[in-house]
Write a protein that binds this ligand. Structure first.
Ligand code: ADP
Ligand code: MG
Length: 728
């Protein structure tokens, strides 16, 4: 290997001799002790960056040289061939390599557009090159440089000229950054052009050699990945598209691996610091419960139960996410889990985000468990003080085995005699502090096992990250006999037909939900609109039927009454806001009408729709379309066609971006520089597995020196962020 070849990259491109794209080289040294601080340097250090550019760079999150190096192009333009002037054809986009012979600027007489004209020539001929509105280029062409011009020959009023779309002045080295080879295209802004970014990246790229590679050599060769410096270089200025993809994947994998490593390290550290009482294997009570069920558990439920059983037998607290679409049967798994504690003399708590939901759980659980001799209590804010005190008392003395409640559990400072299992339903609806307060150690320093339930349809790989320190059980199978809900879009003018269908269902003894438009900013407006809808239906389409009204700011007693009437079949239709969004289970309800559907996300609509079709019979969901907006109609059409919550979540994501779906939690992780949690799912899964191997299972199981750099990098990049994410 000769000195000049060593470490250089080759660009297999068929361009004219003497012109090389970008003309980049990796450093020829093999130094390993590098100064990593150079990457933390301000972008002001780069040629061409003044205060203004610095500010613009900062606006897109680029502060240091290192940030810029990882600002990867989202694609590369395919290379274009150089054509001779003689062979130019009108209308064909092409590249010329020519010398400027003369240059002049003028203004068009009619519309006063500034035109710059340059006569350029190559060995085969000459042509007039034209730029509009870029008179400042004139100075640059005075020295008659050699240029690359990308554009097309156009014919205008009998004359032909070459209209330039992009140009590049060739330096002595003949290197091309903007026109030849695979030209990187960067995410840019109005005041920060792709060209500027390309120049800056090019300027910064030699510093890639200062990047510390956290991936050990063995991992690189196993995964056939380039080293870090080369990956950065190649992902900007590749020889082939494939090379660019590989380099980018490597950087994305690294980022995800660091993230997963930080998450798992944090988690194992925590596990070794927290103790729980291991529970004995399942006993008589759980067996009797399972026998009392009118159905067989699904395979998914069995799997979740087995996973939970394994967790409960360990002397560290279970922290498991039970994840499944609405109607997948999470409640049964949760009930099993609380019984595991109760049959061994412990207590359990189930916390729900709303009173409606707490009531529902209480009804269901007391109905199922009291026959088995389990003392179930309910605690919620709207109860009379005396009642609350009695429940708190029963919890403290251990008389009550299972307490179902809302945040009131925390507000009332309820203490348990021996809390062994805590279940948090719709866990994302609780604040971090509320969950922390519920899941604290008892006086003996023992933590409860916890099960967190969620119906938010996010792919498993994402939950692995967003709920990083939780194990995940997914109920990916619906109980048998559930018919998919038939969903119809209802356009203005066909409401009559819909309401007559709804009345038919009610006449057959079925029940209906009418969901009022979402008004996010204002509870009171939402209440007004719900009341209006109620009055309007009571006097109109549903006159003569028994209606109930439910909205967030209604008095708790009224809410409970409306819900109880509806559950017991004493009401035909429930007019409500999205307070019914989660968890409510009335199998006899077969129709749902959703007003103002466009304001809801697809996932949210899906959650709503999950309220019907629980009784085995046919079920219907009508979506009122009150707009001619085609994108809205398209979204709604997707909803009508798709009964799969995960697919809808992805459609939501595509429409609204990742940040929207994960909200707070996503921003807790911070913006990933290279990887996308959604698109890089396969890499994320691999990174998770690799991180698990590296971290081992416990803290005594320390990773070897091989991974020192990786652990340091994970700590530096993600530890603080993971601390935040961790606090589920
Ligand atoms: P979610 O996951 O939305 O909380 P639920 O636990 O409320 O779902 O279950 C929805 C309905 O399905 C309930 O009526 C429940 O009794 C019923 N169910 C749960 N598991 C099964 C099963 N394995 N077979 C039949 N029905 C089931
Ligand atoms: Mg539920």
């Amino acid at each position: 290997m000769t000195g000049t070849e060593r470490g250089s990259l080759h660009y297999p491109l068929g361009h004219a001799p003497g012109v090389s794209p970008a003309g980049l080289e990796l450093p020829t040294t093999s130094k390993t002790s590098l100064d990593p601080t150079r990457l933390d340097r301000s972008l002001l250090e780069l040629r061409g960056v003044g205060k203004t550019t610095q500010r613009r760079l900062q606006a897109i999150g680029l502060v240091t040289v290192g940030d810029l190096l990882l600002h990867l192009p989202f694609r590369h333009e395919s290379p274009s061939d150089i054509r001779s002037i003689a062979s130019l054809a009108v209308g064909e986009e092409t590249v010329l390599r020519a010398r400027v012979l003369s240059v002049a600027s003028r203004e068009t007489t009619r519309r006063r557009v500034k035109v710059l004209e340059a006569l350029v020539s190559d060995e085969t001929g000459s042509v007039l090159a034209v730029w509009y509105n870029q008179p400042y280029l004139e100075a640059a062409f005075h020295d008659r440089p050699e240029v690359l011009l990308k554009g097309a020959l156009v014919r205008q009023r009998g004359a032909t000229h070459f209209l330039v779309r992009r140009h590049e002045i060739l330096s002595d080295s003949g290197e091309s950054l903007h026109i030849l080879g695979l030209v990187p295209v960067y995410p840019s802004t109005a005041d920060l052009s792709v060209r500027t970014l390309r120049n800056l990246v090019h300027e910064a790229v030699p510093r890639a050699r200062d990047l510390v590679d956290p991936l050990p050599a063995r991992m690189l060769s196993e995964r056939r990945y380039p080293g870090k410096a080369e990956a950065v270089l190649v992902s900007h200025f590749p020889g082939t598209q494939g090379e660019a993809r590989r380099a980018r994947d490597r950087l994305a994998f690294e980022e995800l691996l660091l993230l997963q490593t930080a998450i798992l390290r944090r988690r194992f550290r925590q596990e070794s610091a927290r103790a729980a009482r291991p529970l004995h294997p399942a006993g008589d009570l759980t067996r009797r419960y399972l026998h009392s069920l009118p159905f067989q558990p699904t395979n998914a439920q069995r799997r979740a139960i087995a996973e939970i059983d394994a967790d409960l037998g360990r002397p560290i607290p279970m922290r498991r996410l039970l994840h499944g679409d609405v109607g997948s049967g999470k409640t049964m798994v949760a009930t099993y889990t609380v019984l595991r504690a109760i049959e061994q003399g412990g207590q359990a708590v189930l916390m729900a985000p709303t009173e409606v939901l707490a009531d529902q759980h209480y009804l269901e659980l007391s109905r199922r468990l009291e026959p088995l001799g389990v003392d179930v209590r309910l605690l919620k804010g709207s109860q009379p003080t005396g009642e609350k005190r009695a429940v708190a008392d029963a919890a403290a003395t251990g008389r009550a085995a299972l307490i179902v409640g809302t945040h009131a559990l925390i507000q009332e400072g309820v203490r348990f005699h021996e809390l062994r299992v805590a279940v948090v339903d719709e866990q994302h609806r609780f604040g971090v502090r509320q969950r922390d307060a519920m899941l604290a150690a008892d006086t003996q320093g023992l933590w409860p096992h916890s099960l967190h339930m969620s119906a938010t349809p996010i792919p498993r790989t994402l939950s692995l990250t967003l709920y990083g320190d939780l194990d995940v059980s997914t109920l990916d199978e619906m109980p048998p006999g559930r018919t998919p809900v038939t969903t119809r879009l209802v356009f203005p003018g066909s409401e009559d037909k819909m309401w007559s269908f709804v009345r038919q269902q009610l006449d057959q003894g079925r029940q209906a939900y009418v969901v009022c438009p979402l008004i996010e900013e204002s509870d009171s407006l939402e209440a007004v609109s719900a009341r209006q809808m109620y009055v309007c239906l009571a006097d109109g389409e549903l006159a003569g039927y028994r209606l109930r009204l439910l909205y967030g700011s209604l008095r708790p007693a009224e809410k409970a009454e409306a819900m109880a009437d509806y559950s017991a079949g004493r009401a035909d239709a429930l007019v409500s806001t999205t307070v019914i969004e989660v968890g409510v289970d009335v199998p006899n309800a077969t129709v749902m009408v959703i007003m103002g559907a466009r304001r809801f996300g697809l996932s949210q609509l899906h959650q709503l729709r999950g309220r019907v079709g629980r009784g085995g019979g046919a079920a219907y969901c009508f979506v009122m379309i009150d707009t001619e907006d085609e994108t809205v109609q398209e979204r709604m059409a997707i909803f009508a066609r798709t009964n799969d919550g995960f697919a809808l979540a992805e459609a939501d994501l595509a429409a609204r971006g990742e940040g929207q779906l994960f909200g707070e939690r996503q921003s807790g992780i911070g913006d990933l520089q290279v990887a996308s949690l959604l698109r890089d799912r396969r890499l994320l899964e691999q990174a998770r597995a690799t991180a698990a191997q590296i971290c081992g299972r416990t803290d005594t199981d320390l990773p070897g020196p091989l991974y020192r750099l990786l652990l340091e990098a994970a700590e530096e990049r993600f530890a603080a962020k993971v601390d935040w994410v961790d606090r589920v």
